[in-house]
Design a protein around this ligand. Sequence first.
Ligand SMILES: O=c1ccn([C@@H]2O[C@H](COP(=O)(O)O)[C@@H](O)[C@H]2O)c(=O)[nH]1
Length: 253
Amino acid sequence: MEIAAPQRLDQAVAEARTDAKDRLAVALDFPSAVSALAFVYRLEGRCRWFKVGMELFYAAGSGLIHDLREKGFEVFLDLKLHDIPNTVAGAVQSVTSTGASLLTLHASGGERMMLAAVEAAQAPGSPRLLAVTVLTSMDGADLNGTGVASSPRDQAVRLALLAQRCGVAGMVCSPEEVEILRRKLDVGNLLVVPGIRPVGAAIGDQRRIATPGSAIRDGASMLVVGRPITQAADPAQAAAAILAEIEAAGSIS
Ligand SMILES: O=c1ccn([C@@H]2O[C@H](COP(=O)(O)O)[C@@H](O)[C@H]2O)c(=O)[nH]1
């Protein structure tokens, strides 16, 4: 199959929109639409992007995405697709009508799977695709336990380069790989970075982490933050502090 032309992020996202609000996606890891929307309300309009992952999407379906879009928010659908090419292409088509702006798939699904997804995402209204490299919850031993002998860093670079060749618009990586991916990848790739922990925040199940400021300085386009905001005593204040740290960390990547 022919290698697709690279999907490129809107310059609006990659360059012109220097607003810190476009560099933070809050992970709505909640069990229902009611609890997720109640939480969004508690943020008092401070955040623009919300990430809907498997927990919430399986519970609430695409209606929740429509609700968020109607309220003027941008939706990042984090389904981490990983299946045979035909099935993944079908899933991308199904997501197109939801209004989600971003959609994840696992780069480890391989070249043919990513090419099929990219081809499916050519339809008008499709989300931009992001390839997950190595999950931020995995350390070297976890990765080696899956049969991959490389370090998380080497494997993330390998998978990101493969995703770029397939024409995927951006990559999800840990803060530990942002800097090297910025150097190795073409200009214009979106680097979306979870594993973000402000100073003093509980690490939980994450393993490859950094503060918001550090990840932005290393070249992250957008940070994904869940529990440091959703579990905070004052989520609006926690989000405001992270936005201020993003702003202070400087220029857009
Ligand atoms: O490698 C990855 C890919 C996705 N995620 C998702 O990001 C958030 C992080 O939540 P926290 O509560 O800030 O840890 C979560 O929804 C994950 O599914 C990731 O963490 N790492």
